[in-house]
Design a protein around this ligand. Structure first.
Ligand SMILES: [Zn+2]
Ligand SMILES: [Zn+2]
Length: 218
């Protein structure tokens, strides 16, 4: 099964409509983009500054992207800006590998979560669910396998992330963990708590901040 490398966009995918600039909804505003990636505010982001880095192509996970210098540079730029405005961020991915898989978080389009969080997210999350076994190394799963991946900082994200090969698919795992850590258990389901106004505010602040950075560099 080679689902993770479908290289095209799809009309029925929300992230593809954003990537193709078809969506006009204010919370779908693209904060910044590179050749193959773009950043948006997370819908259902119950932490201020919660941002997603998405691939422009429609594919299911970022398994191959962790080796891409462009992905690393773009993630660094976005995380720097989120950090400046909202505080230090942590990173996680629901590595789905099958259309319709429960491992994802409601969208089947590859994305990395960038979330301001001042504690040890990796440790808090491991403690949240003691039934899971985690590895701390470069992601090493077979092509058809699903995974959960997290890191407290950018260096470990690209060199030594903490990941779990999924044997029992469950929806929105990291969202549930984060809702638990931040005592907002009622918010974990983004369908029930979309928080459009919050997402729009995050998008506006970050895009103006990133535009400023580009101007200064230019
Ligand atoms: Zn898509
Ligand atoms: Zn997700």
């Amino acid at each position: 099964m080679k689902n993770s490398l479908i290289s095209e966009t799809r009309d029925d995918c929300r992230f593809c409509t954003i990537s193709n600039k078809i969506s006009r909804r204010p919370f779908d505003h693209v904060i910044s983009e590179s050749k193959n990636y773009f950043a948006i505010a997370s819908l259902g982001g119950f932490v201020n500054g919660w941002t997603l880095i998405c691939t422009k192509d429609h594919r299911l996970n970022l398994r191959e992207d962790y080796r891409s210098p462009e992905f690393k540079d773009f993630t660094q730029r976005v995380a720097d800006t989120v950090g400046k405005v909202f505080g230090k961020s942590v990173f996680f991915e629901h590595g789905a590998n099958l259309a319709g898989s429960a491992t994802g978080c409601g969208t089947e389009h590859a994305h990395l979560h960038v979330v301001p969080y001042s504690h040890d997210f990796v440790e808090d999350t491991q403690r949240f669910d003691l039934t899971k076994s985690w590895s701390k190394s470069l992601l090493n799963v077979d092509e058809g396998e699903e995974y959960l991946l997290m890191a407290n900082d950018l260096t470990s994200l690209f060199a030594q992330p903490t990941w779990h090969a999924v044997n029992f698919a469950e929806s929105q795992f990291f969202r549930r963990a984060l809702a638990h850590h931040t005592a907002q258990v009622q918010c974990y389901d983004y369908r029930a708590s979309p928080g459009e106004a919050n997402a729009q505010a995050t998008a506006e602040i970050l895009s103006s901040q990133m535009a400023l950075t580009v101007e200064v560099q230019g």
